[in-house]
Design a protein around this ligand. Structure first.
Ligand SMILES: [Zn+2]
Length: 331
């Protein structure tokens, strides 16, 4: 059992996702807060955030009055200090958490906005460089992250510092670029009434692509509704055991690179484009094969600008949690 004794400037941070939630206690004495204790929770096993926090604090033997501030990234839009999660039947209220634990300051951020706060403090070992490029001082940074859903965020360079801002760009319309993507859009439109980017670039996106990418029965996935189906598809593609799954992952990586390019265009991210989320590190051999960066760059007449941007995969699985702590440390 870890005994928490530091009672100065301690932050409670959280990264609340559709599948799992990370909670952490951080020492806020530095720009990059130091993690004192972190734990992962299965989000749906808890009725709400306060019950999860209570268990975390019990497990780390932390008294709520030792916590100065709390900050949470949540997978959904934050409006008036509250958020309904996009993929989980949960509502998170900042005021509710504050009153449950007598905290003076509770901040709610969109999960990608939280991850964006980590980007300026990430270490070289925590990223995989996909394209060197050259980061322009004063340039914006953009972030895209596929996991359970698809998140996007921007870090605008304002008055000498980065100002992260959230986006719901993952729910913007998916733009097909070729015949196989047009076939996918037709299927998605029939199925969901519209095709948004998250329908394609997310764990569920792999399932959706799988449905149109198989000319013959799949040799790998028995049940497309199983929670591990996206992982089984990816593995079958990486192992090349099913041609349809190979095609699925190929379409996924191609679309992911193209959408990363769209985000880079919209934000003029001459400071760099970062790829976060749980999927990219798991399919790194496919992401680094060249298809992602080719699709990223293929935006004439601005391909030269995209070619000059650093593109980096975030390998730190706790970047969202760290970013929430960075945000709170700066308040
Ligand atoms: Zn297959």
């Amino acid at each position: 059992m870890i005994e928490i004794k530091i009672e100065v400037n301690m932050i409670l941070a959280g990264d609340i996702g559709g599948t799992k939630t990370l909670l952490g206690l951080f020492d806020a004495a530095t720009v990059r807060p130091r993690a004192i204790a972190t734990r992962s929770f299965a989000t749906l096993e808890y009725a709400d955030l306060p019950s999860m926090i209570a268990e975390f604090l019990r497990g780390t033997r932390t008294r709520p009055d030792a916590i100065d501030r709390a900050s949470f990234g949540v997978a959904g839009p934050v409006i008036d200090e509250g958020a309904t999660l996009t993929n989980v039947p949960w509502r998170v209220e900042g005021r509710g958490v504050a009153s449950a634990f007598h905290l003076r300051h509770v901040f709610l951020l969109n999960d990608l906005e939280a991850m964006a706060w980590s980007v300026p403090v990430l270490r070289d070992a925590e990223v995989h460089v996909l394209q060197d490029g050259e980061a322009l001082r004063g340039g914006n940074i953009a972030l895209i992250a596929a996991g359970t859903g698809l998140g996007q965020a921007l870090l605008h360079w304002v008055d000498g510092r980065f100002a992260p801002s959230p986006s719901e760009g993952g729910h913007a319309d998916f733009a097909a670029r070729n015949d196989r993507e047009i076939a996918l859009v037709r299927d998605l439109t029939t199925r969901y009434g519209r095709a948004d980017v998250e329908h394609v670039i997310s764990g569920r996106g792999l399932i959706n692509i799988h449905r149109v990418a198989h000319a013959e029965p799949c040799r790998a996935v028995a049940d497309l509704d199983a929670p591990d189906a996206p992982a089984v598809i990816s593995q079958a593609a990486l192992d090349r055991t099913c041609p349809g799954c190979v095609e699925t992952l190929d379409m996924f990586v191609d679309a992911y690179g193209a959408e990363a390019g769209n985000v880079a265009l919209r934000s003029v991210s001459t400071g760099g484009l970062f790829v976060g989320g749980g999927i990219a590190p798991k399919i790194l051999p496919a992401i680094t094969s060249g298809a992602f960066i080719r699709a990223f760059r293929a935006k004439p007449p601005l391909d030269a600008m995209l070619r000059s941007m650093p593109v980096k995969i975030i390998l730190n699985a706790e970047a969202g949690l760290l970013g929430a702590a960075v945000f709170a440390a700066g308040r």
